[in-house]
Design a protein around this ligand. Structure first.
Ligand SMILES: *Cc1c(COP(=O)(O)O)cnc(C)c1O
Length: 369
C-alpha cells in the first residue's frame, strides 16, 4: 500500500476472507452463513464487502433498513437480502428490489400481507422474528395462533425463516439467560413448524453466539462484527484480523511555547514547550469528542501521539514532542495499533460504535494483499 496522503479507510479483503474462514470453521458442514453488512458494512464499504462475501460462500446478506438493501442491489448483489428492520413506509422498495422483510409484529404481518396481496404476490419470502428476551423487536410465543391463522388465509407470502436475537451471547455471566433464550427459540420454532406444515430455516446466533453457543447454530448463523475482525473477547480477537484501518497524514507541525494554548476554548494549555501535529480528521469523520484531551491517541512512526485539547469538526491536534516526524508523514488512527478495542475502551464504548462512526466523507480504499 502507498502511504496515506489524506484521511482514508483501508479495507482489507484478505482479512475478511480470513475471518470468514475462521468463523465458518466453527460450523457444521451444512450450516448456512448470513453475513450482516448493515451500516455500510460496519462502517467499511458494504458493496465491496458483500461482493467478497458472495464469493466466499455466504447464503444470505442482512441489512438493517431497506435503503441499505437498495444500495446492494444497485451494485448487482443478487443473493437474498434480509431487511432486519423494515418499516411499512418502505414496503414498496422492499418488493421492487426483491428484499426480504423480517416481520416482527401482528401489525406488520397484516400490513405486509395486505401489501403483497394488493401487488399480486405469490409466496413472497418473509422472515418471522421472535422476541425471546432482548425485548427489542419480535413476536411473542402467544402470537403463534394469530400468525398461523393469518398465514393460513393467504398464498401471498411464505415463511422463509424463523429467527430470534440473543441479548448477551458474549457474556459468560449471562449463560443461563442465553440458554433460556435458545430453548425458548427452539420451542417456538417447533410449535410453528408443526402448525405451518413446512420447515423454514432457523437462525438465532450472532458472532459471539457462533463462538460461545455452537450447539445453537440451527440452519444458519448471522455474523457481523466477527467478519470485520472482532470477537467481543480478547482471546477471540487474536483469531480474527481487523478489516478496516483508518489512516491520515500530518498537515502541519507547531512549536508551542509554555503558556500558549491549543485548540478551541483553550482545551490545552502548555506548561512546558511542546510540539503538536495537526491532522485532517475530526468529529465529522468519526473521531468522537470524547477522545479529546488525551483520552484518545494515534500512532505516528510507531509511537503513541495523544490528542491535545478538544476534537474539532474537521481536525485534531496531537502531541508529537517526542516523536520524530514531519508534515506529510502517515498517521494510523486505528487498525493494528492502536486497535479498535483499545481505543473504544478508552472512552467506554465498543468496537461496533467506533467502526460505524467512520463517516462517508472518508475515502474508502479496498485492497487485497
Ligand atoms: C446486527 C445484528 C446481528 C450481527 O451481530 P454481530 O454481533 O455483529 O455478529 C445479528 N442479528 C441481528 C438481528 C442484528 O441486528
Amino acid at each position: 500500500m502507498p502511504k496515506a496522503a489524506e484521511t482514508i479507510l483501508e479495507i482489507d479483503l484478505n482479512a475478511l476472507g480470513h475471518n470468514y474462514r475462521y468463523l465458518t470453521s466453527k460450523l457444521e458442514r451444512n450450516t448456512k452463513v448470513l453475513a450482516v453488512v448493515k451500516a455500510f458494512g460496519y462502517g467499511s464499504d458494504a458493496s465491496a464487502i458483500a461482493e467478497e462475501l458472495v464469493d466466499l460462500g455466504a447464503a444470505y446478506l442482512a441489512v438493517a433498513y431497506a435503503n441499505e438493501g437498495v444500495s446492494l442491489r444497485d451494485t448487482e448483489i443478487e443473493i437474498p437480502i434480509l431487511v432486519l428492520h423494515p418499516l411499512p413506509a418502505n414496503f414498496n422498495i422492499i418488493l421492487n428490489r426483491c428484499l426480504e422483510p423480517s416481520i416482527y409484529s401482528r401489525t406488520m404481518l397484516k400490513k405486509f400481507i395486505a401489501f403483497a396481496e394488493k401487488n399480486k404476490q405469490k409466496l413472497y419470502p418473509i422472515h418471522l422474528k421472535f422476541n425471546t428476551g432482548l425485548n427489542r423487536l419480535g413476536f411473542r410465543k402467544e402470537d403463534i395462533p394469530f400468525i398461523v391463522e393469518t398465514l393460513s388465509k393467504t398464498q401471498s407470502v411464505k415463511v422463509q425463516s424463523i429467527l430470534s436475537h440473543l441479548a448477551a451471547s458474549e457474556d459468560e455471566n449471562e449463560r443461563n439467560f442465553t440458554l433460556q433464550q435458545i430453548n425458548s427459540f427452539r420451542n417456538i420454532s417447533e410449535k410453528l413448524i408443526e402448525k405451518l406444515g413446512y420447515r423454514p430455516l432457523l437462525h438465532t446466533v450472532n458472532t459471539s453466539g457462533i463462538i460461545n453457543y455452537p450447539e445453537a447454530q440451527f440452519d444458519m448463523v448471522r455474523t457481523g462484527i466477527g467478519l470485520y475482525g472482532f470477537g467481543n473477547d480478547p482471546e477471540e480477537n487474536k483469531n480474527l484480523k481487523p478489516v478496516s484501518t483508518l489512516k491520515t497524514v500530518i498537515s502541519q507541525i507547531h512549536k508551542i511555547e509554555a503558556g500558549e494554548t491549543v485548540g478551541y476554548n483553550m482545551g490545552f494549555k502548555a506548561e512546558k514547550p511542546v510540539r503538536t501535529a495537526t491532522l485532517p480528521i475530526g468529529h465529522a469523520d468519526g473521531i468522537s469528542r470524547a477522545f479529546g484531551n488525551g483520552k484518545g491517541w494515534v500512532t505516528i512512526n510507531g509511537q503513541k501521539a495523544p490528542i491535545v485539547g478538544n476534537v474539532c469538526m474537521d481536525m485534531i491536534m496531537v502531541d508529537v514532542t517526542n516523536i520524530e516526524c514531519i508534515d506529510g508523514d502517515e498517521v494510523v488512527v486505528f487498525g493494528e495499533n492502536p486497535s479498535v478495542e483499545e481505543l473504544s475502551g478508552a472512552i467506554n464504548t465498543i468496537p461496533y460504535e467506533l467502526l460505524t462512526a467512520v463517516s462517508q466523507r472518508v475515502k474508502r480504499i479496498v485492497y487485497r494483499k
